[in-house]
Ligand binder design. Structure first.
Ligand SMILES: *Cc1c(COP(=O)(O)O)cnc(C)c1O
Length: 235
C-alpha cells in the first residue's frame, strides 16, 4: 500500500472512531469533546505513528517496552504523548518512565519506586493510572489490581517524587457484558475520587466497547484495531 493510500485509510478510520465517540457522548448526555482518544499503535510501524500525528492524533499507546522505547525515540520530533498500557515488569519500570508520559498499567506497589526513579532521572513528571482488575474474584487474573488494594496503591503513588496520580485504567473482561464490568469500574472510581479528587481520569473502552465505556464515564478511550486494522494474532 502506498503512503498516500495508508494515510487515507487511517484518516477514514479515525473519522469513524471520532464519530462513534461523539455519538456515544451525545447518547450519554456528555459534552462532545469530553472524551480523549489514545490511538494504540502496538505492532504497527513508526511510519503509521507519523501519519497519525499528521492527522491530528496527540496521544499514542504501546504495550511492549522494547517496541515502545524504539518507536518513541524514532518519533521524538512529533511532540506526541506516549502512554504505556502493557504489562510492566518491575525491572523495566524505570526505563519505561524515561519515555512514557503516562503509565496506565500500574497495578502493584513494587512498581512505584522504580517508576519514580525513572521519572526523577528524566526530570519530568510522569502521570500514573492505576490499572484495576474487573475480573470476578477468583477468576484467572488478567492484569490489574484488586479494587481492595487500590487505596494503598494510590497513596504510594501520591507519596512518590516524580509521579502524579491521574486516575484509573481498566479492560473489560472477556465473556461478560462490558456495560456490567464498566458499571463496577464507575463505582470503584467514585470511591477513589472521595479520597483522591484529582485522580479524575478514566481510561476505558477499546475498539469493541468504547460506547459502553463512555456511558460509564470514561474520559479517555484506547483504540487500536478500529483505526490501524487488525494486528497479527498475539504470540
Ligand atoms: C491493544 C489494547 C487496546 C486496543 O485494543 P483494540 O481492540 O485494538 O482497540 C486497548 N487497551 C489495551 C490495554 C490494549 O492492550
Amino acid at each position: 500500500m502506498s503512503v498516500q493510500d495508508r494515510r487515507e485509510e487511517l484518516e477514514r478510520n479515525l473519522a469513524g472512531v471520532r464519530g462513534r465517540i461523539e455519538r456515544a457522548c451525545a447518547a450519554a448526555g456528555r459534552e462532545p469533546g469530553s472524551v480523549g482518544l489514545t490511538v494504540v499503535t502496538k505492532f504497527f510501524p513508526a511510519s503509521d505513528v507519523r501519519l497519525l500525528a499528521e492527522l491530528g492524533v496527540t496521544d499514542v499507546g504501546e504495550n511492549r517496552h522494547q517496541e515502545a522505547e524504539a518507536k518513541a525515540a524514532e518519533c521524538a520530533d512529533l511532540g506526541l504523548r506516549w502512554h504505556y498500557i502493557g504489562g510492566l515488569q518491575s525491572n523495566k519500570a524505570a526505563a519505561v518512565a524515561r519515555y512514557a508520559d503516562v503509565v496506565e498499567s500500574v497495578d502493584r506497589a513494587k512498581l512505584v519506586g522504580r517508576l519514580a526513579a525513572g521519572a526523577v532521572e528524566r526530570g519530568a513528571e510522569v502521570e500514573v493510572l492505576l490499572q484495576v482488575s474487573l475480573d470476578p474474584p477468583g477468576a484467572d487474573h488478567r492484569a490489574g489490581a484488586d479494587p481492595d488494594d487500590l487505596p494503598a496503591l494510590a497513596d504510594a503513588v501520591e507519596a512518590a517524587d516524580g509521579l502524579r496520580l491521574a486516575g484509573l485504567m481498566a479492560v473489560a473482561p472477556l465473556g461478560e457484558d462490558p456495560a456490567e464490568a464498566f458499571a463496577r469500574l464507575a463505582a470503584v472510581r467514585a470511591d477513589l475520587l472521595q479520597v483522591h479528587p484529582g485522580a479524575a481520569r478514566l481510561s476505558a473502552g477499546m475498539s469493541g466497547d468504547l460506547e459502553q465505556a463512555v456511558a460509564a464515564g470514561a474520559t479517555h478511550v484506547r483504540v487500536g484495531s478500529a483505526i490501524l486494522g487488525s494486528r497479527p494474532p498475539a504470540r
